[in-house]
Design a protein around this ligand. Structure first.
Ligand code: ASP
Length: 310
């Protein structure tokens, strides 16, 4: 049977290469997606996810993550989690619970501690330095503090037809203590149904959560639309709605895949990278862009891949 995996941003590449082996071996999409997202979380060079993530206004790294099993529709999510190594694995663990599946702040940390997750300081020296630099720039130049973000969002389909989706992020740079974005919110940052497909979003959480964009994409695929059509329709519909009602729309990008391994991508920004691997396609990084009301994409060059992390 067909298998495939698609993820937001170039930072997913090394994880997708590993996940491809897992899926090729016939293992579960839950394991493939978790392994790949863990690799992004563990890498300090990927500065908007996990270890070395972007600090909040108090120079603390607060992480959001979610996991969904498209067979059972089980969900687990954490918000504003500090000092634990792999938020996505904590979210996966929470999927097993019947109650209390979405935990935030100290409640999420207590759960992670009790269930044996490793506690480490997620703030690196580099992130601390960037925080001080940014704080100075904000005061000196009156800049918008929230111009750094990026979530790894990943959809995996295994040979048995199980679809899993996961997200992990440090959210907006300099966000308020306690701010939670769209990434752990079911329907906005992610959604999966193995009978149909799954989707995940990245961009400005405050705007993404004004629509239930991931759920909408899955609903459109359920009506028979190709993932590419579903992704573009949902992104440009929300983009237009936000512009009509509020004068502007923040960054919105999505990836999705249906239960046949067909995939789609859409963005309202100029450069959105994503990574795909399927049974008929080796792991490939693409760069998507928005022009004339449409999403177009091209394969990234080796040089671009070597010099970019997001
Ligand atoms: N959507 C994330 C958030 O708002 C950030 C991102 O994906 O760029 O927290």
């Amino acid at each position: 049977m067909a298998w495939g995996i698609i993820a937001t941003w170039r930072m997913a590449l090394e994880g997708i290469i590993k996940a491809k082996e897992i899926l090729e071996n016939g293992q579960s999409s839950l394991d493939a997606v978790e392994t790949a997202v863990n690799m992004v979380e563990d890498c300090p060079e990927y500065r908007s996810v996990g270890y070395g993530g972007l600090p909040n206004e108090n120079c603390q790294v607060e992480l959001d993550a979610a996991f969904m099993d498209g067979d059972t529709l089980s969900i687990g999510a954490v918000g504003g989690l500090r000092d634990f190594k792999n938020p996505v694995s904590i979210a996966r663990k929470l999927m097993q619970e019947k109650f209390n599946i979405f935990l935030v702040g100290s409640g999420a940390e207590e759960y992670a501690h009790k269930t044996g997750f490793e506690r480490i300081n997620m703030l690196t020296e580099y992130s601390k330095k960037e925080w001080y630099k940014k704080r100075k720039e904000i005061y000196d130049k009156n800049l918008n503090p929230y111009d750094g973000h990026d979530t790894v969002g990943m959809v995996g389909l295994d040979k048995r037809g199980k679809i899993a989706v996961a997200t992990s992020t440090s959210g907006l740079f300099m966000k308020k203590h306690g701010r939670v974005g769209d990434s752990p919110l079911s329907g906005s940052g992610f959604y999966a149904d193995s009978k149909i497909g799954a989707a995940s979003a990245t961009g400005l959480g405050e705007d993404i959560m004004k629509g239930c964009i991931s759920y909408e994409i899955v609903s459109l695929m359920d009506k028979g639309y190709h993932p590419q059509y579903a992704a573009e329709y949902a992104v440009y519909n929300l983009n237009k709605k936000l512009i009509d009602r509020r004068g502007k729309a923040g960054d919105i990008s999505v990836v999705c895949m249906n239960n046949k391994g067909e995939w789609g991508v859409a963005t309202n920004i100029n450069k959105f990278s994503f990574v795909v691997a399927t049974d008929s396609q080796k792991p490939t990084v693409y760069i998507a862009s928005f022009s004339n009301g449409k999403t177009t994409y091209k394969e990234a060059s080796r040089e671009w891949i070597n010099t970019h992390t997001e």
